[in-house]
Design a protein around this ligand. Structure first.
Ligand code: ATP
Ligand code: TZE
Ligand code: MG
Length: 306
């Protein structure tokens, strides 16, 4: 069977698992997107809980199936709660997603993002391109919470590290691992940069997803929602790369459908929720657009369609 169709079927299988198992996802997120994030988790079939009260943390961590930490509004009390929850998630080996919102927008946020990134290395980190790149690259800045760099720049920084296509040939894999991918082994088991194209990476693979719509940028919080639903997929799928891929596909395809129905940002969000709720296998198979670069871009610049 066509490998992209097979991937779409597997993604739909995970959507079904979420609807059947209804994983409880504990989300400490920013004040801007709290309500829409809880609703998106519900639309997907998961169950949200959003508390950051110190007295709640141990209990909520104990009963939850996954955790999403989003540092969009990083007040001291909330950052302390995030650190406690991340330590608890690591102890109990619970699926964890970190969204380093606004990393690269000034020293305060960048320092918090790097501090959180250093915790619980089994996690998935999901951010826009400049947020992710700013975690390891001093010179990448973020404009508030908006990315300043393109997916192509992010790929250059995170995957090819300025090397030529020749140097990225399979023969040089070992060099690449030694030199370039420390972010994956020290901070995360999988990293996602979102944008016009989403990129899912671990230390052996890169997958590019080409779904979505410009309208996803005309409302706030689509990235925050993507991080929260990534935690829901990770709660039903122990393989972080597969969970992150499923979340990116689901979010972007739901966004694509919503954009076709909406007349602007005001009606986009309700259509987006409906699309998450109604997403079926046929739609995923018809719409999924991915490109796999495995393990790294080849010497000829060719990549395999997934
Ligand atoms: N220009 C675009 N075309 C298609 N899809 C897009 C575009 N920009 C963003 N998306 C989609 O929107 C979602 C959020 O990605 P984005 O990179 O905007 O996150 P973000 O900057 O963290 O958002 P926020 O901070 O507002 O929550 C992803 O699913 C991504 O695929
Ligand atoms: C707009 C905004 N400001 C802080 S968090 C947030 C939500 C999008 O990341
Ligand atoms: Mg964001």
């Amino acid at each position: 069977m066509d490998i992209q169709k097979n991937l779409a079927i597997r993604i739909h299988g995970l959507c079904r698992k979420i609807r059947e198992q209804r994983p409880l996802i504990h989300v400490v997120t920013n004040f801007v997107v709290m309500n829409q994030t809880a609703n998106a988790l519900l639309a997907l079939g998961a169950a949200p809980t959003m508390s950051w009260a110190r007295e709640d943390l141990e209990y909520m961590s104990g009963i939850s199936d996954g955790l999403c930490i989003n540092m969009g509004t990083p007040t001291r009390e909330r950052v302390e709660a995030m650190i406690t929850l991340m330590a608890l998630a690591q102890q109990s080996k619970k699926p964890l997603v970190l969204d380093p919102v606004g990393s690269g927008a000034g020293p305060h946020r960048t320092e918090i993002a790097r501090q959180l990134s250093a915790l619980a290395p089994h996690k998935i980190i999901r951010g826009n391109a400049s947020e992710i790149c700013s975690l390891t690259h001093e010179h990448t800045t973020t404009r508030g919470v908006d990315s300043t760099i393109s997916p192509a720049d992010a790929k250059e920084i995170l995957v090819t590290h300025g090397r030529t296509a020749d140097q990225c040939a399979p023969d040089h894999q070992h060099d690449l691992r030694d030199k370039g991918v420390e972010i994956f082994s020290t901070m995360a088991s999988c990293v996602v940069t979102s944008g016009k194209e989403d990129m899912v990476l671990d230390n052996t693979r890169t997958l590019i997803l080409k779904n979505g719509s410009d309208l996803m940028n005309a409302v706030t919080g689509t990235g925050c929602i993507l991080s929260a639903i990534t935690a829901a997929f990770y709660a039903v799928c122990p393989e972080p790369f597969e969970a992150a891929t499923a979340a990116c596909a689901t979010s972007a395809i739901a966004g694509e459908i919503a954009a076709e129905k909406a007349s602007g940002p005001g009606t986009f969000l309700p259509h987006f929720m409906d699309s998450l709720y109604n997403l079926d296998e046929k739609t995923l198979i018809t719409r999924l657009k991915t490109e796999r670069q495995f393990p790294y871009p080849s010497a000829t610049g060719n990549s395999n369609k997934v």
